[in-house]
Design a binder for this molecule. Structure first.
Ligand SMILES: CC(=O)CC(=O)SCCNC(=O)CCNC(=O)[C@H](O)C(C)(C)COP(=O)(O)OP(=O)(O)OC[C@H]1O[C@@H](n2cnc3c(N)ncnc32)[C@H](O)[C@@H]1OP(=O)(O)O
Ligand SMILES: NC(=O)C1=CN([C@@H]2O[C@H](COP(=O)(O)OP(=O)(O)OC[C@H]3O[C@@H](n4cnc5c(N)ncnc54)[C@H](OP(=O)(O)O)[C@@H]3O)[C@@H](O)[C@H]2O)C=CC1
Length: 283
């Protein structure tokens, strides 16, 4: 299957990063969100990231302008009619993802592959909202997308080999490394990462140490680039909570119960870096 036109749904931190790397690789990209402010913010972040590459002499100004010209911002999902591949990066909620996939299935041509950047939700269940489950797949990028090398590719129960191979090829074209995993809650990445982050939140909740001390232990003691509480703020505390809930419900083990402090912060609207406050305060 040949992919030239990519549509990205959701212009948040992940969607804008995905649009950037796809456009840099030469694909024509449509970036869709329900709010204009969010699209403007997404395009501003992409422009800033590319301008930094130009400043550092790693990209010619002409290439930056060509890359930006390959990205078309839109507010409706109708552009799926021209897409060869749709990568959905909206909020981590099954009801919203199912609604988006059902709509995409109506609008997109029969050839179009529908991929989700979900962090943890079952691809097989998302695929069941469409009449083309064999063309639905997980394409899980890591944050920050322009920097992180991995794309976890998740096969749903019905995903065909041809669709898998196309996504593997697109992943390589955009300079990332594909790793194939099966469809279980949290896949590999978040089944391992999120319980560690949740445990760090319990460590804070139980007063074992300050947030700074917890982060410092993991940074200096384990050589993690960011402490787990800083990383939670970076991922988004809402996303962290959704993932823990998927692990808890999907694997049925109490060891995955989300920390009450995480729930409290999310209820307060303290979602981390993206809202200016989480475990830490950001300008
Ligand atoms: C939740 C999920 O479903 C899955 C996930 O994504 S889990 C999250 C996975 N990601 C991580 O674990 C990230 C952990 N943190 C890191 O690797 C590093 O702290 C980091 C790469 C984010 C920043 O690295 P750093 O060395 O501390 O900072 P810094 O020197 O500012 O940045 C290094 C480079 O990354 C770039 N960078 C940093 N943040 C960036 C961003 N948000 N967008 C684009 N580029 C960014 C910088 O521009 C810099 O590039 P150059 O070297 O070309 O100048
Ligand atoms: N954060 C991370 O580290 C990672 C996240 N992911 C996954 O990527 C996805 C997006 O996460 P992230 O970018 O962090 O989240 P953000 O909150 O930054 O962005 C989500 C965006 O999707 C928009 N949106 C919500 N509903 C719709 C819809 N129906 N149609 C189009 N856009 C919509 C939101 O708009 P509004 O704000 O108006 O609701 C927002 O702009 C999630 O599934 C998440 O699990 C995957 C890897 C890493």
């Amino acid at each position: 299957m040949s992919v030239q036109h990519i549509m990205v749904i959701g212009a948040g931190q992940m969607g804008s990063g995905i649009a950037q790397v796809c456009a840099m690789a030469g694909y024509s990209v449509v970036l869709q969100d329900v709010k204009k402010e969010q699209i403007d913010k997404g395009i501003a972040i992409i422009t800033k990231n590319l301008a930094r590459q130009v400043e550092k002499g790693r990209m010619a100004e002409e290439d930056m302008n060509d890359t930006l010209a390959r990205i078309t911002p839109v507010l409706t999902i109708q552009s799926a009619a021209e897409a060869d591949l749709v990568i959905e990066a909206a909020v981590e909620r099954m009801d919203i993802k199912k609604q988006i996939f059902a709509q995409l299935d109506e609008i997109a041509p029969a050839r179009t592959i529908l991929a989700s950047n979900t962090s943890s939700l079952p691809i097989t269940e998302i695929a069941a909202a469409t009449k083309r489950p064999e063309q639905v797949i997980g394409m899980h990028f890591m944050n920050p997308v322009p920097v992180m090398k991995l794309v976890e590719i998740i096969r749903g129960l019905a995903t065909t080999d041809e669709v898998y191979e196309t996504i593997e090829e697109v992943t390589k074209q955009i300079g990332k490394v594909p790793v194939e995993v099966n469809d279980f809650p949290g896949f590999v990445s978040n089944r391992i990462l999120l319980p560690m982050i949740n445990e760090a939140i319990y460590t804070l909740y139980e007063g074992v140490a300050t947030k700074e001390a917890i982060d410092e232990v993991m940074k200096l003691g384990m050589n993690h680039p960011m402490g787990p509480l800083t990383l939670a703020d970076f991922i988004g505390l809402d996303t962290c909570l959704y993932i823990m809930e998927v692990l808890h419900e999907g694997l049925g083990d109490s060891k995955y119960r989300p920390c009450p402090l995480l729930r409290k912060y999310v209820k307060a609207g303290w979602l981390g870096k993206k809202t200016g406050r989480g475990f830490y305060v950001y300008e």
